[in-house]
Design a protein around this ligand. Structure first.
Ligand SMILES: Cc1cc2nc3c(=O)[nH]c(=O)nc-3n(C[C@H](O)[C@H](O)[C@H](O)COP(=O)(O)OP(=O)(O)OC[C@H]3O[C@@H](n4cnc5c(N)ncnc54)[C@H](O)[C@@H]3O)c2cc1C
Length: 310
């Protein structure tokens, strides 16, 4: 294990699923990654930016995982974790176990620190540290270029942690993700509610249509401030950063505070009465129409196709 390079990404995998930002963290670490958790070998084949991969089947309880990993990671100068839910759980515990500083919310890892976002994304601050450190990288901002060739993969067995019991987080239950509760950061499809969509009735319909299409529902601040959806559904510089394959925006103007958290969606559809609004300008498909009417029509199409869809 002493072969770990001086910069290494550490990514927690659950049942073979990579978290949001996994590939970006690997790319930021120069292509070297240690995958831990469950289904790590399966997950390793989905990485596009990896050059060198180590996989280890472990539990995902963050305290025990940190205690197990700390001796192995001691020679590594810079440990990069995605700022995914598991990454954010593990990073501070690992930093404490390694007795190192943790730089959170980075957009770029530097040789002696990182550029981090502060003030709700309003400021970019360069933090420098003496000696080794850990970084959590914000998903959806960096993007990745696929690495050339097939990565070299090594499965390793980690020694079971034999120290005194670590106070740890316990998973009591795993809730099924719904359009309204599923993690936005990991969602591949997102339907966004903006101020032009309407009120509670239209937002409730968006949630139902989102569920039928396997999409998570996000919102602008206008919608969360109005109490139509919780703040955890807000996409933007003071909300969640996302990176979906598809973003369908209903009555969203496309203000920089919102699009700043959108990542780089592969496809964007904007439904807006204003053909010149920034959201439609960045869309692959702009539908110039009343958002509620288009949503209602979409719901009716889904109902016609499958009576149980909504
Ligand atoms: C410090 C700070 C942080 C912020 N952080 C965030 C953030 O994290 N996320 C965020 O989203 N915002 C954030 N904001 C707010 C942001 O600047 C915008 O005000 C907000 O994103 C606008 O939301 P909106 O597009 O839904 O609403 P509006 O700006 O009100 O736009 C509504 C849109 O709907 C269209 N429309 C109107 N009627 C219809 C209709 N019937 N059918 C179809 N379209 C229609 C309009 O043409 C318009 O484009 C922040 C602001 C500040 C100052």
């Amino acid at each position: 294990m002493s072969e770990f390079p001086s910069v290494l990404a550490v990514v927690v995998v659950r049942d073979g699923t990579l978290p949001a930002g996994a590939d970006e963290s690997v790319a930021e670490a120069g292509g070297a990654v240690l995958l831990v958790g469950s289904g790590t070998e399966e997950a390793s084949s989905r990485l596009t930016s990896a050059v060198r991969v180590w996989t280890a089947g472990t539990g995902t309880a963050p305290g025990t995982l940190a205690a197990t990993l700390a001796p192995l990671l001691a020679p590594v100068h810079t440990v990069v974790l995605p700022a995914s839910p598991d990454g954010r759980d593990l990073a501070p515990r690992l930093a404490a176990a390694l007795d190192r500083p943790l730089l959170v919310g980075a957009v770029e890892v530097l040789p002696h620190g990182a550029d981090v976002l502060r003030w709700g994304g309003q400021a970019l601050v360069e933090l420098t540290v003496d000696g080794p450190y850990l970084v959590t990288l914000e998903p959806g901002l960096r993007g990745v270029e696929p690495a050339a060739g097939t990565p070299e993969r090594t499965a390793i067995a980690l020694p079971a942690f034999g120290g005194a019991a670590v106070p740890d987080a316990r998973c009591l239950t795993t809730l099924e993700a719904t359009a309204e509760t599923g993690g936005l950061a990991e969602a591949r499809r997102i339907m966004g509610a903006g101020g032009g969509l309407g009120g509670a009735e239209e937002v409730a319909l968006l949630v139902r249509v989102g569920a039928a299409l396997g999409a998570a529902v996000g919102a602008t601040r206008v919608v969360t401030d109005a109490g139509l959806l919780g703040y955890e559904r807000q996409i933007g510089t003071t909300g969640v950063t996302v990176d979906p394959d598809l973003y369908i925006a209903f009555g969203v103007s496309g203000a920089p505070h919102h699009t700043g958290g959108l990542g780089a969606p592969r496809h964007v559809v904007s439904v807006n009465t204003d053909p010149y609004c920034p959201m439609t300008a960045m869309a692959d498909l702009g539908i110039v129409a009343d958002a509620a009417a288009v949503l209602t029509e979409l719901a009716q199409c889904l109902e016609r196709d499958d009576e149980s869809a909504l």
